[in-house]
Design a protein around this ligand. Sequence first.
Ligand code: NAD
Length: 499
Amino acid sequence: MTTTTLPKFGATSYAFTSYSNAENWIGGQWVEPTGEGKLDILNPRHGKAICTVGLSSAQDIDDAVRAAKEALSGWQELPIRERGAVLYALRELMIRDLEELTWLVSHENGKLYGEAKAEVLKGIECVEYGCALPNIAAGTQLEVSRGVTCQVTHEPLGIVAGITPFNFPCMVPLWMMPQALVAGNAFILKPSEVVPLSALKLAALLQEAGLPDGIFSVVQGGKGAVEALCDHPDIRALAFVGSTTVARIVYGRAAQSGKSVVCLGGAKNHLIVVPDADLELTAQNVLASFVGCAGQRCMAASVLVAVGDVDPIIDELVKQAGQVKTGEQLGPVISDAAKKRINAYITQAGELGAKVLLDGRGQDADAGGSWVGPTILDDVTADIPASCEEIFGPVLSIVRVKNLEEAIALENSSEYGNASSVYTTNGEVARKVINQVSAGMCGVNIGVPVPREPFGFGGWNHSKFGTGDITGWDGFRFWTQPKKVTSKWAVQKDANWMS
Ligand code: NAD
């Protein structure tokens, strides 16, 4: 053990602030990961290391599993109401430490203060769903025959795990953990190795909230740690959120050891704009969708499908996007590698014939950070990768189509199916698009159609592998297994062969 308590993260502004190195949290103790190598945790705004993180070995994963096993029966013996009470306490502590959590997210991920705060608040909303479970997770019972009852209860699986991406270091773990814990499981979290710090703060708050040691562990690391989690025979279920490439690998590998698995992947979200759309609402909303969180949201607008002449809306969008101040209204992207990848998509699109209406290359707010300004590409055709590949930066590709049928066909040709929106003032147009697009989360005049709690979050097609959504009731179902009990306590005198 290298430290006993997690120090407070002292930042109260964007000014560079260092922090203690990120360790594993296993059995209520901070322990150094034992895998080979260490990574610098860079603040994307400054390009400087806040601290380092070690990489976990398979032994570290096994240690977390052993700690979970020791604590599990005591946790499962508690009535669900008492497990839920820990989540109530967590909610209060997160509100108490809202500023610290916000600055932690902002510094490790690069989000603007307001974006980071919104992330933490959405995470709290997910905790509130966990708080509600004791009131909504009752099973069912029915007298199915004379004197015979059938009963269904939702039983915990045991030890379960979650693997999360860099873009929401606080919220995405909270998509998974509240339901899993209140259901009576022990949860092992492996955050992205790029943003390991918010997860540690959550661990410290859960302990303060009264969660028994061993019931929540954090293991740091990358591919090696993920593979050890996938392969561990005592981990019964695994949820993953990240890119489609890795989601597909994790889904196959974790299922091999008999786990329940759900893996959320990448996205290429289409916003269909028709000529009757409200100019002001559409321009402002599309801008917020593709620029917010520097375009690093799986729900971000990526393709604007322009149906017919919507040029007044595009002109307004370009005007407003051109006024966005990088550094103040647009945060950095996660790394220099991400910046180079995004810039390469812009350069390539230009070379292949797209018009660069607004160019975010070279819009550095300062020398240290990884900056890309708002970028709008027009006349993007199907042969240009920016039309169909996930760029994950503040880049909007405009694809021109003649009519609504072509727009819907274009959306449905994407391998992804996370989000899709339509901008219109015509109810029939909205209804047609929503009915026909192949996407799990749809919006009408909303560029980031995230279903708020208690509605479940989850895409379709290659944006998700597995069944059900990751939040809401589906999340609870995922982390539990139904037990069916059929009982008869007395001989029925008037019994027939059906009794
Ligand atoms: P990523 O796939 O690179 O990493 C996700 C997790 O997988 C991390 O914990 C990482 O350590 C691990 N990982 C990375 N490479 C691995 C490998 N080869 N084998 C095993 N594990 C590996 O994703 P990211 O860059 O952290 O996050 C961005 C991606 O996540 C985008 O594609 C975005 O669309 C997606 N995302 C999807 C959702 C959703 O709800 N569908 C939500 C957030 C982010």
